[in-house]
Ligand binder design. Structure first.
Ligand code: PAN
Ligand code: ZN
Length: 185
């Protein structure tokens, strides 16, 4: 029997190994993402909001492959809004994705092509199917790091521009200690 060694380890909310890439997103990278831009500007610009370990076994854009990632979102708020990922549609709109909760508590915010928003609570063990044509972002609604896994098609790509221009139709805000969706004014 031929045995090959695999250098990838996915454990305790971290993906490690020589082919793994890493991306950090800091307060300074999130211009215009949160409602309270004034407060964001006054914060420590180097503060970490979230980071992703990801593995791309094939070139991005290749059809037929799968990418794998783990995202860790720090606890925190900007105004009434929880620390969250930027959020995106996939560049190829009919590409779906799985997310699953690993640690911490949060919310997966989904917006379909008609701009209808819904939320799925996330906690360790929850599994989330993100359908085609659906923008997705995750907010950390708890007091510890929120970690979730993701798996998506290698040709899905990212369309950040649509969200940059039009945002999500609703924001998840802290109302008296509880996360609540609020329509964008
Ligand atoms: C995820 C996300 C990751 C970071 O791997 O890319 O959680 O969120 P943003 O890309 O919105 O900054 C994914 O959805 N990939 O398709
Ligand atoms: Zn995605």
């Amino acid at each position: 029997m031929a045995t090959t060694t695999n250098d990838l380890i996915f454990n305790n909310g971290f993906l490690k190994g020589s082919p793994v890439q890493h991306k950090t997103t800091l307060i300074k990278d999130l211009t215009g993402v949160f409602k309270n831009e004034k407060e964001r500007k006054e914060m420590d610009q180097e503060r970490l909001v979230y980071e992703v370990d990801f593995y791309q076994p094939v070139e991005p854009g290749t059809s037929g492959g799968l990418f794998f990632g783990v995202t860790r979102i720090q606890p925190g708020k900007i105004g009434e809004e929880y620390f969250m990922t930027r959020g995106h549609f996939h560049a190829i709109r009919d590409r779906a994705e799985y997310y699953w909760g690993i640690s911490g508590i949060g919310a997966l915010i989904l917006m379909d092509s008609n701009r209808k928003v819904r939320v799925e609570p996330m906690k360790p063990g929850t599994l989330h199917y993100i359908p085609a044509d659906t923008a997705h972002r995750v907010a950390n609604t708890g007091g510890s790091v929120l970690t979730f896994g993701a798996c998506w098609p290698s040709d899905a790509g990212y369309d950040y521009e649509e969200i940059r221009q039009h945002g999500f139709a609703e924001r998840l805000v802290d109302v008296g200690g509880n996360p609540q969706l609020k329509p964008e004014a």
